[in-house]
Ligand binder design. Sequence first.
Ligand SMILES: C[S@@+](CC[C@H](N)C(=O)[O-])C[C@H]1O[C@@H](n2cnc3c(N)ncnc32)[C@H](O)[C@@H]1O
Length: 259
Amino acid sequence: MPPRPLVHIVGAGPGDPELLTLKAYRLLQTAQVVVHDRLVGDGVLALIPAAAERIDVGKTPGGPRVDQAAINRLLVRLARSGRRVVRLKGGDPLLFGRGGEEALFLLQHGIEVEVVPGITAAFGCAADRLVPLTHRGLATGVRFITGHCRAGWWLDLDWRGLADPATTLVIYMGLAHIEEISRQLMAHGRDPATPALAVQNATLPGVREVRAPLGHLAAAVRAAGLEPPVLFIVGEVVELMHHASTALHNLKSLAPCHG
Ligand SMILES: C[S@@+](CC[C@H](N)C(=O)[O-])C[C@H]1O[C@@H](n2cnc3c(N)ncnc32)[C@H](O)[C@@H]1O
């Protein structure tokens, strides 16, 4: 009996190709067709062998949308063709990545699915910017939320719970609505002085960051002109290592050269 058709849904991590898992790398090397998103870094795409077909189904924010239903149908068609198919998604496929919808559709159409986790943007940003998402005495928990909502809808989040000062907030896709998100958090009790951080292109050479207390975050981000992809981290942990790390760098640049 021929093997059942299978799609590997693979996390590409936040951009730096060195953050790929070994399993993701191995699957890319043997793939015959790779269906990828816009947020998959160029360095990762460069690892796809030239012989493999590459299909870009990326969606640009505000730009033309690639219909999710069409992507689902494409994956089924490719899997049934008998080729080794990798569905490559930015970060982790099962976190704000619609990987769950694709996996469900494939399973419902008799296609086997293997999911390979990836380093999500939250972990990429946290490591890149030296922010511990939890820290004894500062943050007992962390919540990942989306700041995206469909056009004409309003952000219906658990604002009271999100205002808990002992919780670090990580906000994906929040750039368009950061004014509203900050306003709601403060209206529900989050201190406007809470440290906050916006990171564009974490783990990539063009990384940019904006740091500001929550009350000034939106204005600071607009003034800096940050562009997607941007991830926000809000909480006391944001400033924990920043001063020590800046002081160390300043010290190094002042140190006399020997030898
Ligand atoms: C559609 S979500 C995909 C999340 C992805 N599945 C993950 O686990 O990271 C896209 C959002 O992820 C965040 N993001 C992804 N890569 C990023 C990066 N390199 N730097 C900053 N934010 C990033 C941004 O908030 C962006 O709007």
